[in-house]
Design a protein around this ligand. Structure first.
Ligand code: ZN
Length: 112
């Protein structure tokens, strides 16, 4: 039996990227993209590339807050999928997320 299910060989596959908000975040201060960044100690975070953040935004906290906001906005979404596949949902319903200095200072712009 062939146990492999990969259909997109050689490309980044949905569900394998731990940074589920990749590409959706923008800095409230400078409008630049906020990119995934892993600290030297291995903590996942998001960081503004222009350097206007003194420290990373905690990725786990930010992703949970966005998840909660998405669930509140549309309870019909299929939220029983693994955390590492939330990027699929987020990209379906969210146009952009502006983040401030802390993870709970965020503004979600939904796709209409
Ligand atoms: Zn910035």
């Amino acid at each position: 039996m062939n146990g492999r299910t990969s259909r997109y060989h050689g490309q980044t596959q949905a569900g394998t990227d731990p940074y589920t908000l990749r590409g959706l975040l923008r800095c409230r201060g400078c409008e630049q993209r906020v990119q995934p960044h892993t600290s030297a100690s291995g903590v996942r975070g998001y960081r503004c590339l222009s350097g206007c953040r003194l420290s990373d935004l905690d990725a786990t906290t930010l992703e949970r807050l966005v998840y909660d906001a998405a669930e509140a906005a549309d309870p019909t979404l299929a939220f029983d999928m693994p955390q590492n596949q939330h990027a699929i949902l987020f990209n379906q319903v969210i146009a952009v997320i502006h983040v401030g200095a802390t993870p709970d200072d965020l503004t979600v712009t939904w796709k209409t």
